[in-house]
Design a protein around this ligand. Sequence first.
Ligand code: HEC
Length: 479
Amino acid sequence: MSIRHPWRVSALIMAVGAAPAVAQNFEYESNVGFPDFGFMVSPSDYKGPVFALADSFPETIPPLDPQVEQILSIDFETDPMAYVMAVRDYVFTGNIHGGDVADDFILQNNAEGIGWYHMPWQHWGTTGREGYHGLTREGPLAAQVLAPEQRNSSYAYAVGFYNGPGGFTIGQVWNDPYGGPDLTHMIDAMETGFAFPEGTVVGKFLFTSLGADQVPWLDNPLQWNAYVYACDVYPALACPDGDAMQSAPRVTQAMNLLQMDIMVKDSRAEEAAGWVFGTFAYNGGAAGATEYADYGAFCADIPGEGKNWCNLMPVGVMWGNDPDNADTFINSTPTETVINTDLQQTWINPDEALPAMHLGFNSRLNGPADNPTSSCMSCHATGQVPSVSAIMPWLDGVAIPANGTQASEAWMRWFRNFEDGEAFDEGLAISMDFSMQMTKGIENYIEYRGQDEAGRFALEYWGSDGGAPISRGATIPTQ
Ligand code: HEC
């Protein structure tokens, strides 16, 4: 839903307690638009701001923001640190206000007028958006995957956002809030490339209910409230299966910032469909992290608790999947970060202040919340409609290779490089150009309509052949 006026005014009135309870905390919306969230605490128990989807998508490709022009001039291969930190600076600019962090990243309120947008149709289903900050439930965090002290498994919760060029593409596909997605732009782009135009930047924050007692680097946390499943919060209860999950109890919980992911459409990344991926881990305790806390024009000036956003330190950058390297190393319970210097298309931050990271398959880039058998690009390459291949090889029955062995050809199908516009299963599916939220949103819509109208859609047919639904991950089976 689009909003004409910022929420801050009424939030301030509420903060001083002068205003009576208000049903809406922002000025009236000009259109109903797409649903904003699927789960929220009852309004009789909460009077504060709620999440509103930023969906006033640009109808033409907007000019590049000067900061994006600067990012595209940095060489990500020779200076990946400068590249990824410039992206962090851009994501933060105008979105962090220096007061209560709950007011940060309300995209409609960007103080510099930089346009950022959310992906529709993430509200639907058991993992759908909650109503404080639009967080969706993500993949599982297995015990000890974050730190040796981590006794409990849990789930990550996350929200992603696209800048203007990315918002243009979202608006091409989701051009009618009352109708289904229009895939014309994505189909055309399989010929022409650049479904997402040059200079698209995507950011995403991941949060966890786990705290510093189990993950020491989450000390001095940055916290957002979220309305999450009670079974994802310590001491975790068992979560119900399948459809019962929809009605499983939720609670308002302070969640700790764990990770930030970024993607940049940069045509120089020729091996990887024109995408550069990067990730950051929250590091609130280590003194070594201060170098990052003051890095960049924006972080140097943030007052108050908002400064904690700047505790996100780079884990690494990837601009390809190193398809020729089939050596196997999977580090499910990291005690140290193992950097693989054989890789040509992944850079990992060598700073000793970086907490022990498991990374991805054979130390390709993956973040703390991600599956150690995968990599950012390995998983995102499967973003297509229908989801013919699962997000990870072992979900399609391919055996997980043992450490020290060569991975099979079947396994390495998930570690290919791609031309811009090329689908993972060419000829069977429409490429979503590495956007998992777009894939997931369309999958959600098809599922919803199928249930509502008791019918099946040709577009989902190949995706239903035992393939797993799009998700951020799954727990690795015991081997
Ligand atoms: C095993 C699968 C998987 C892995 C590994 C993975 N992602 Fe994703 N990612 C997803 C899914 C699924 C979504 C969409 C769901 C959501 O956001 O809730 C997503 C969403 C995103 C988004 C928001 C834009 C989009 O595509 O929807 C960004 C940015 C992102 N991931 C970056 C990364 C980075 C960087 C890495 C590596 C550090 C990574 N991802 C690793 C599955 C994965």
